[in-house]
Design a protein around this ligand. Structure first.
Ligand SMILES: [Zn+2]
Length: 305
């Protein structure tokens, strides 16, 4: 299985359009010790012909152009065969609307996420203009499903959904939220190759119970929530607002302790917010992360599993 990190930043990317924090200012000034990043996006393949996206970021068009493997081979024939959605957050689903060009696609989502997108947001009807333009397949928390293209050809890659959080996005009405299953709100994926190697994709983790930590130690690569360094990071930049934990993210400095005993996988932080000091490779926080055996994901990284 080949894995590509097309984007590694949290929502808003780095730099973020309305942000003049220390990091965003320095990257615009060209004085930053580190790299700009697009919003988190993963692509996986087993045969290097059919690719599956984990999420569909608002930066997807530029991310596809930056990745020759994802360029169309013939007149209208993208190698992108399907998308697995972990949640209904805008920075995870807006890219779907960029894929509306009548290319057959399979979209995997929980029933709750499908209802939010297809039933409540009429723009997504652009993906249902002709029969089988997109084939939606539902999965449940805890379920393992095989990634198949719209014609049901199996890629050899399987995905297991791990329920991580019960909060739906703020744009979902209270009436709709009351009809949805909380354990379908936000998932992590354990992606497994046909050879049995495993990748954990967990970009938004509000807490890590012992069962999750134990499971992570069975994986080969861990892509884990690196959104915020500290719990009050965004409050200090904005002057008010929610803590990292209230927004559904364990701060990195706590994860370093909590997952210190997870030794098997290569450990990589992704979904990094532009305010996070570990983006600066000259910072003590970056040194601490590297010293603890973790890496900080960058756009364009790829690995074989
Ligand atoms: Zn910023």
């Amino acid at each position: 299985m080949q894995v590509k990190i097309l984007g590694s930043a949290a929502g808003g990317a780095f730099p973020q359009w309305n942000c003049a924090c220390k990091n965003c200012r320095a990257v615009r000034a060209g004085t930053f010790h580190g790299k700009p990043r697009t919003q988190t996006q993963l692509a996986v393949t087993e045969d290097c012909l059919s690719w599956f996206l984990l999420g569909a970021s608002p930066d997807l068009r530029a991310q596809i152009e930056a990745t020759p493997e994802l360029h169309p081979r013939q007149k209208r024939d993208s190698p992108i065969a399907g998308i697995a959605l972990a949640n209904a957050d805008l920075d995870h689903v807006l890219g779907l609307l960029l894929l509306r060009e009548l290319q057959p696609l399979r979209i995997y989502a929980t029933a709750s996420v499908r209802r939010i997108l297809r039933d409540d947001n009429s723009m997504f009807r652009m993906m249902q203009r002709i029969p089988n333009q997109t084939v939606w397949t539902e999965f449940c928390a805890g379920e393992e499903f095989h990634l198949c293209n719209a014609r049901e050809q199996d890629s050899g890659i399987s995905c297991k959904a791990w329920s991580l959080a019960s909060h739906f996005p703020a744009y979902v009405t209270a009436d709709r939220q009351a009809q949805l299953a909380p354990n379908e709100a936000s998932m992590g994926f354990i992606v497994q190759s046909s050879a049995g190697s495993r990748l954990a994709y967990m970009p938004a983790v509000p807490q890590s119970d012992d069962a999750l930590v134990e499971h992570l130690d069975t994986c080969d690569v861990l892509l884990f929530d690196g959104t915020f360094w500290s719990d009050d990071e965004l409050i200090r930049v904005r002057g008010s607002g929610q803590s990292a934990r209230q927004m559904g993210h364990i701060p990195v400095k706590d994860t370093l302790k909590r997952l210190a005993g997870v030794r098997r996988p290569r450990k990589i932080f992704l979904h990094i917010n532009n305010t996070n000091p570990m983006l600066d490779e000259a910072s003590p926080q970056y040194r601490q992360v590297r010293g603890a055996g973790w890496e900080v994901a960058e756009d364009g990284w790829q690995f074989d599993l």
